[in-house]
Design a protein around this ligand. Structure first.
Ligand SMILES: [Zn+2]
Length: 289
């Protein structure tokens, strides 16, 4: 796999913290894509979980998948904690500054297209953000439309998944602008965010991203493996506003574990720490056009 052959020099070019995160599962072991879903459990006050009649039905849906329901997500702040500009250097985020006890799930690449995951997302209504890479999704663009129809946003993750810090500015622009064009055509809306493959980027990446349309680079603080979350902090705890990286992966990449099982494992870690899952795009204000 050409992806694997690049890993050696790619790792060598990165700082220690980045290497740790990548070893943990960035897109290094096979790439990733993200998807997002809508929450159907809005809270009127933003302070307390919903106790609406749908709570019982929600619990049954979670139990179907062997899971305990997460707390309902609070209302996102009216004053968005992240405000993006139409001009200037694109910022890089690993988390969203918020005191709300929420985390954000991002899913990269798009290789695995498990119909059971669609069913799971319809049942659980957990919001996700998808960072889709064209080589992975082009056999079946329609799969991701089903997740988009639930309210989940589709974001940019390049055409071919190169380590951006190893290729020219011109190639980086081809990768970002190319994926931007495909995703806009296929999904009807231009991505606002970009995630670099393997988390690898340089100053040219910021230039390419800015010129191709996305207005921010999104990194992460935790990455989901098969059963466990890999944390960057030594205390191994989620923090308010953390962005979690996962991938569309199936049994071939997960040692026999399915996408839905992996995703359920991740939700258990989030539930055990008392966090809700919120929609990343609800905390980000796009630039005024
Ligand atoms: Zn990836």
């Amino acid at each position: 796999m050409k992806r694997r052959s690049r890993r050696g020099r790619f790792y060598g070019a990165l700082a220690g913290a980045v290497v740790a995160a990548l070893t943990a599962g960035g897109c290094g072991a096979g790439g990733g894509t993200g998807s997002a879903a809508t929450s159907s459990r809005p809270t009127p006050t933003g302070a307390t979980p919903s106790t609406a009649p749908s709570a019982t039905a929600d619990a049954a849906a979670w139990h179907k998948w062997g899971l305990t329901p997460l707390p309902a997500a609070p209302q996102p702040p009216a004053d968005k904690p992240v405000k993006l500009s139409a001009t200037g250097t694109v910022p890089v985020f690993t988390h969203i500054p918020t005191s709300q006890k929420v985390v954000f799930i991002t899913i990269d690449d798009g290789a695995e297209k498990d119909p059971k995951f669609i069913e799971m997302m319809r049942d659980l209504k957990v919001p996700i953000t998808m960072f889709l890479m064209n080589d992975a999704i082009k056999p079946n663009y329609a799969y991701f439309r089903q997740l988009q129809a639930m309210g989940n946003h589709i974001q940019n993750h390049t055409l071919h998944h190169p380590a951006m810090n190893t290729v020219s500015l011109a190639r980086q622009k081809e990768e970002v602008c190319g994926d931007q064009k495909v995703l806009t055509q296929q999904y009807g809306t231009a991505p606002l965010l970009f995630r670099p493959p393997y988390g690898a980027y340089n100053s040219d990446t910021k230039i390419a991203v800015g010129e191709c349309g996305p207005r921010a680079i999104v990194w992460w603080r935790e990455s989901m493996q098969i059963s466990n979350l890999q944390y960057q902090e030594a205390d191994k705890k989620l923090r308010p506003g953390d962005i979690i990286l996962a991938h569309f992966r199936g049994p071939t990449e997960l040692k026999g574990t399915t996408m839905t099982r992996m995703f359920g494992n991740m939700l258990k870690h989030i539930q055990e720490q008392g966090f809700a899952v919120a929609r990343l795009e609800d905390y980000i204000q796009p630039p005024a056009r």
